[in-house]
Design a protein around this ligand. Structure first.
Ligand SMILES: *[C@@H]1O[C@H](CO)[C@@H](O)[C@H](O)[C@H]1NC(C)=O
Ligand SMILES: *[C@@H]1O[C@H](CO)[C@@H](O)[C@H](O)[C@H]1NC(C)=O
Ligand SMILES: *[C@@H]1O[C@H](CO)[C@@H](O)[C@H](O)[C@H]1NC(C)=O
Ligand SMILES: *[C@@H]1O[C@H](CO)[C@@H](O)[C@H](O)[C@H]1NC(C)=O
Ligand SMILES: *[C@@H]1O[C@H](CO)[C@@H](O)[C@H](O)[C@H]1NC(C)=O
Length: 178
């Protein structure tokens, strides 16, 4: 562990040295249009468990859900088939932020809930019930971030729902990495 930390700080130092010529750039990967720099797309499994904005007839309170407030006016929602495991995955490079549209604590509804894996290792989770008592849709919510990843290629996997488990919803808007 110490050895890894040491290696990592060496890497940081060498990155700092290059800062005069290399600057970090944020790349925003839209849920629908994909990565503008690599042209790779987010893959959604199973495909028929996801649908895209603006049609969200199965979303609660959908009259107060505005595509215009979402990045590129799009989102992918995994609300169509309750009781299934749904996942979204993407390859990215370096630091990571994941943004969702979130419904906080809807009284009649399933919560927004998801688990995050990087390179196959579970790194964190998000559940709207734990975060706010507000009862409305929120945009640009950071549901996961990791700014201490090594500057190499990584695989992100976002999972929502369990097989025959409690109903959950996910509306993925965009993923940002730098
Ligand atoms: C990249 O995005 C993060 C998160 O929004 C922000 O804190 C950071 O300042 C941005 N960096 C650049 C270079 O725009
Ligand atoms: C909206 O999505 C539902 C399934 O979630 C589908 O049955 C319906 O046909 C869709 N409506 C439009 C206008 O795309
Ligand atoms: C909201 O849901 C209702 C039915 O639940 C549907 O008729 C309507 O088209 C939906 N609106 C949007 C914007 O998805
Ligand atoms: C998505 O939004 C960004 C930032 O506003 C814009 O630069 C880009 O052209 C948009 N992409 C599409 C396909 O609309
Ligand atoms: C971020 O990634 C590092 C390196 O893999 C890991 O040690 C750390 O626990 C992660 N932090 C979060 C908040 O996921």
């Amino acid at each position: 562990m110490l050895f890894v930390r040491f290696l990592f700080s060496c890497l940081l130092i060498s990155f700092h040295c290059q800062c005069a010529i290399t600057t970090f750039v944020n790349i925003t990967v839209d849920d629908q249009f994909g990565d503008p720099s690599t042209h790779s797309q987010i893959s959604y499994m199973p495909p028929d468990a996801w649908s895209i904005a603006p049609n969200c007839s199965h979303c609660p309170d959908n009259l107060s859900l505005f595509p215009a407030k979402a990045y590129n006016r799009t989102w992918h929602d995994g609300a169509v088939r309750p009781g299934t495991v749904r996942s979204a995955s993407l390859q990215f490079y370096g630091k990571l932020h994941v943004f969702d549209v979130i419904l906080h604590s809807h009284p009649h509804f399933r919560k927004c809930s998801m688990i995050f894996f990087i390179d196959g290792v579970r790194m964190g989770s998000y559940s709207s019930e734990l975060n706010s008592a507000q009862d409305q849709w929120m945009y640009d919510v950071v549901v996961f971030q990791n700014t201490s990843l090594a500057m190499t290629k990584h695989q992100l996997l976002i999972q929502s729902g369990q097989e025959n488990g409690p109903d959950t919803i996910i509306l993925l808007d965009y993923i940002m990495y730098s």
